[in-house]
Design a protein around this ligand. Sequence first.
Ligand SMILES: Nc1ncnc2c1ncn2[C@@H]1O[C@H](COP(=O)(O)OP(=O)(O)OP(=O)(O)O)[C@@H](O)[C@H]1O
Ligand SMILES: [Mg+2]
Length: 374
Amino acid sequence: MGTPPGREPTMRTERDAQRLPAELSHSAELEALASDDRHPRPPGWHLSAQAVRHFILGGPATPDRPACRRKIFGNDLAVERAIVTLAGQRGLLLVGEPGTAKSLLSELLAAAISGSSTHTVQGSAGTAEEQIRYGWNYALLLKEGPSERALVPGPLHRCMSLGCLLRFEEITRCPVEIQDSLIPVLSDRVLHVPELGDDAMLLSRPGFNIVATANLRDRGVNEMSAALKRRFNFETLLPIRDPAAEAELVGREVDRLLAEDGIGARLPPDVSQLLVQVFQELRAGEALGVRLEPLSSVLSTAEAVNVAYSAAAEAWYFGDGSAQPEHLLRHMSGTALKDDADDRKRLTDYLRLLRGKRGNDPGWKRLLDGERWL
Ligand SMILES: Nc1ncnc2c1ncn2[C@@H]1O[C@H](COP(=O)(O)OP(=O)(O)OP(=O)(O)O)[C@@H](O)[C@H]1O
Ligand SMILES: [Mg+2]
């Protein structure tokens, strides 16, 4: 696919990169989708809405579409509504618990819709307006005064002039007045540049829109101004409920990460199934008909991937190259049980319950053997 418009290559070769953005890692699928796409494309989009959906939710080959792998699990309706929102003139705000694929979905949407997912603002308490809108080349500014030449476009300026999606990560971590600077952009699709003259402004090109994410555990969306909330459609991403889908995803993600890191270990499917069952029961706060005290740690799919990856990496560096059930608990303390000492007790209560009811099953027995390392 080459370098997407507006994105300068920063690596000598793509093989130098530790992780490729979605438009490069899925370039074959995106190219095939674009060349077979017979459906109407919203103004400024690289693909039709149907092709974007097929890219993200996957599906078999048809006469006008190549086969695509599913990339987002268990949130089909939210994905469809997100695509519809972005084709209109309201921004999209993806909300949810940590690790529910908000950033992944925003990356996939930007890659499919605009051909580039790297126009991104990372929101934080220290994010300043110049990092979002535009700044100045101070040497030129002092020499010539404010001019087009001295203006250094920020991600918002670039996306408006190119007509592509701006990703705004963790928007609610920014001070409210910084968030509110997006209101005129979202309502009038115009960015005023008063330094260049009273009427100086940038009008956005078709295809421009904003896809933002917000984490429910950090500073929440409740502090966002009502005026800004009204300019976004909210979509909540939920943890994956189907154990088979979650186990498939964990297996696939761990294989991908191991390959990226040059690790030849493998994660047997029965090990990822056991891990997912543990995560689903702890998340639901119920196992074998018994209520459990919920853990305060976030037991997201992303954390399940981390536990499984660490177990497989350990097997590669110190074992026989194949992750086993007993390795799982050994890695839960560093990845899933982070900072609350009471979580360890809650987990051991759960394991005691399992020992009584499932201790005779060979797979569960091996998993429980790992408790000595907790
Ligand atoms: N529903 C899902 N479909 C596909 N992948 C998922 C899903 N839920 C979690 N994942 C996995 O979780 C990983 C991390 O997701 P991501 O970083 O996008 O989460 P997030 O919601 O942005 O989290 P945070 O709030 O911490 O930023 C993904 O790369 C993927 O492996
Ligand atoms: Mg995120």
